[in-house]
Design a protein around this ligand. Structure first.
Ligand code: SF4
Length: 66
């Protein structure tokens, strides 16, 4: 069963290196030196997003399935 993916970034944990932005520019962008999830984020590629979240050094990226 496919469920909607909700992605969020804890700005307090983000280092602002932009690694996730480089890997998934349709989902993340840099705002004021920290990463945020785009308003129009394309969350259809859950495998990619899970991989990117797993590579975040501070575990700032959270994924929820509704
Ligand atoms: S990978 Fe994590 S710490 Fe690095 S920019 Fe993205 S959210 Fe921030």
């Amino acid at each position: 069963m496919t469920r909607d993916l909700t992605v969020s970034v804890d700005a307090g944990l983000c280092l602002g290196s932009g690694v996730c932005v480089a890997s998934a520019p349709d989902v993340f962008h840099l705002v004021g030196g920290v990463v945020a999830v785009r308003e129009d984020a394309d969350t259809s590629d859950d495998v990619l997003i899970e991989e990117v979240a797993g590579c975040c050094p501070t575990e700032a990226i959270s994924i929820r399935r509704d």
